[in-house]
Ligand binder design. Structure first.
Ligand code: SF4
Length: 193
């Protein structure tokens, strides 16, 4: 499901799928899997995708750019992370949760299951670093369009999702936009206010 509110913000004019890769609280093993997959698939992908944001691959701006697809790994542990995730959601047409931590919260959310004395023990750390009381999965904060489960992520599911969005790449997003625009311009019927 595409977010119409952000669809008209896409700036890429070269018909490449603009993707972003983001990591929150996690071990970043899915990032490693992703870079390994590039060894095999980059030749096929290089004319179809561009990286709007991927700190593991290149210097990426702190300001979140507009994207077609944002891949997000890790769980959310603090308010700043929550704010950043909301920002990513606003800038991306599609948001894909990558790996178990992002999809269900585990294993990054182990402290959610601590007993009272363990929670007492970590309380100063939570306060000092302004961590949330509970670690959250992505869908507890934003709408998630697709998920790649697994710890680390399941490669085959990831590749299927990449294929899916490469085949509905910005060409079709922009064709839809152009069609909508032209029907608005040519319509003689007064628009309903
Ligand atoms: S899901 Fe597993 S591999 Fe991925 S970040 Fe979490 S712990 Fe690491």
């Amino acid at each position: 499901m595409f977010h119409c509110s952000t669809a008209d913000k896409i700036k890429s004019m070269n018909n490449k799928l603009r993707i972003g890769w983001f990591s929150f609280t996690c071990c970043e093993d899915s990032t490693i899997i992703f870079t390994e997959l590039l060894n095999t698939h980059w030749k096929n992908w290089k004319n179809s995708i561009e990286f709007a944001h991927a700190k593991v691959l290149k210097k990426s701006p702190e300001i979140i750019p507009e994207m077609d697809v944002a891949f997000v790994e890790g769980a959310i542990t603090g308010d700043k992370q929550e704010e950043k995730l909301n920002n990513i959601r606003q800038k991306a047409k599609i948001l894909v949760a990558i790996g178990s931590c992002a999809v269900v919260g585990s294993p990054s959310n182990q402290r959610n299951f601590f007993n009272r004395s363990q929670l007492e023990e970590i309380k100063p750390i939570l306060e000092r670093f302004k961590y949330k009381e509970k670690v959250l999965k992505l869908s507890e904060i934003v709408k998630v369009d697709d998920v790649v489960p697994g710890c680390p992520m399941n490669e085959q599911v990831f590749l299927q999702i990449m294929d899916k969005y490469l085949n509905t790449n910005p060409l079709s997003f922009r064709e839809n936009e152009a069609t909508e625009k032209s029907s608005e311009e040519t319509s003689d019927v007064p628009k309903r206010k």
